[in-house]
Design a protein around this ligand. Structure first.
Ligand code: CTP
Length: 417
């Protein structure tokens, strides 16, 4: 039944779950269980009907009341609750996606070997939908051959196992094994719901993506910069990783969480970005320059803060040219078959400027999009035309930055063959 607001407009019926994608959020017993609350919120706020299935150990970290309140659904760990509804079969059968976050070493082992001693492991055996695991554990446990073999088994069977992030672990330890940021796990879930588990067509490939906007310092507190958020570059890195590539993301001043399973190299200036991109490009199959690189930098850097002088006009800022990284990589490819992709943000004569820029830069593909005060910068969506050096023109309709990223990789994969 439709629900109307006071103006007579139809509102989404919050109680209605018929058309909502059904997601099972499995939570196993690790300290990162608290981060799954954020994932749960994102899923419910974006129109997913989420049933949380924690393990008994997960409830030591976050209790049933939290899962139930945040999901709006009942929570149980046992196959013996509500037996008449046969939950150990029904929950898995009716799911569109099962995501286990965090997935402990024990949970991966049980899933790989088909054990079924609680509601979550039963659900994993009955689910016929895509399954995503987001592991979190200490580095030693992740690297242990037993865990690695279990992960390989699960991947071979079609499960998506996200690479853990590198960073601070429980206690004083740091290393690989952190649960990726909930926004990243959410992005993986959204991709799998939209596209299913796809052929990893970039497996064995190394791709380099630059993202963000460079900052050219004037003095210790000021810089010349631009408004690039880095979101398009991150979407490119995330989707390339999901398609099986080894990804190096050269990130200029983004402040965004690291995409799961991606090597992130933080940089500040255009010169630093050039150095990092050239180094990573040496063995890369593709380089995508999504970063907004400053064309000029201040000729001089003031060691102390530049002060205003009373009654005097400020000194002009003298600029010098930065290297054109895209043109340099295109002209001097580290590998003959390397595919090079550029981006062009234009405000006027978008296509004509794009064609001219493609020729001038010498890259294989140029993603041209129109920018302005409220367009593209910082937004979650994009709209573009991808121009090919072979004369091709691929329009990309308005949509999420991930969708544009997928099309870019489709075109790169075609050229890598
Ligand atoms: N780029 C680069 N090095 C630079 C400037 C830009 O590698 N010094 C790359 C960007 O990453 C992007 C592409 O070139 O992929 C297009 O950048 P843009 O600034 O639009 O091109 P410009 O050559 O600066 O053209 P114009 O200023 O005339 O628009």
């Amino acid at each position: 039944m439709d629900v109307m607001d006071v103006m007579g407009r139809t509102l989404p019926n919050r109680g209605e779950t018929v058309d909502k994608p059904k997601v099972v959020l499995g939570v196993s017993g690790g300290i990162a269980a608290y981060k799954a609350c954020e994932l749960l919120r994102r899923l419910t706020e974006t129109g997913h009907d989420v049933r949380v299935v924690p393990t008994d150990s997960a409830l030591h970290f976050v209790g049933s009341a939290t899962w139930s309140a945040l999901s709006g659904n009942p929570v149980s760990t046992e196959v013996w609750d509500d037996v008449h509804e046969v939950p150990h079969v029904r929950i898995g059968q009716h799911a569109d996606l099962v995501v286990v976050a965090p997935a402990t070493a024990d949970m991966l082992a049980k899933a790989a070997h088909g054990l079924a001693d609680d509601l979550l492991t039963n659900t994993l055996l009955t689910a016929r939908c895509p399954v995503v695991f987001a592991p979190a554990m200490h580095t030693e446990m992740w690297e242990h051959p037993a865990t690695q073999e279990n992960v390989a088994t699960l991947r071979r069977r079609g499960a998506v196992v996200i690479e853990p992030a590198v960073g601070r672990l429980t206690g004083v330890d740091t290393g690989k094994g952190r649960l990726p940021d909930p926004t990243e796990i959410y992005a993986v879930c959204r991709r799998v719901l939209a596209r299913g588990v796809t052929e990893p067509d970039l497996t064995g490939r190394h791709v380099v993506v630059s993202a963000g906007g460079t900052r050219e310092p004037l003095d210790p507190v000021r810089f010349l910069g631009n408004r690039s958020s880095g979101k398009q570059g991150y979407a490119l890195a995330r989707t390339a990783a999901a398609r099986g590539a080894r990804v190096t993301l050269v990130a200029a001043n983004t402040g965004l969480p690291d995409p799961a399973g991606v090597d992130v190299v933080p940089v500040g200036t255009a010169v630093q970005l050039r150095e990092a991109v050239l180094k990573a490009a040496a063995d890369a199959d593709a380089v995508v320059m999504a970063a907004a690189v400053a064309d000029f930098r201040p000729a001089a850097y003031a060691e102390g803060k530049i002060k205003k002088k009373d009654g005097k006009d400020p000194d002009p800022i003298v600029l010098v040219r930065n290297p054109d990284i895209l043109a340099e990589i295109s002209a001097d490819r580290a590998r003959p078959a390397q595919v090079v992709v550029g981006f062009a943000a234009e405000t006027d004569d978008v296509l004509a400027n794009g064609r001219e820029k493609l020729r001038r830069k010498g890259c294989d593909l140029l993603v041209v999009n129109e920018v302005g005060e409220r367009r593209t910068f910082g937004s979650e969506e994009n709209e573009a035309v991808v121009l090919g050096a072979d004369g091709s023109e691929t329009p990309v309709p308005h949509g999420p930055k991930e969708a544009l990223a997928e099309i870019v990789w489709d075109l790169v994969v075609e050229r890598l063959k």
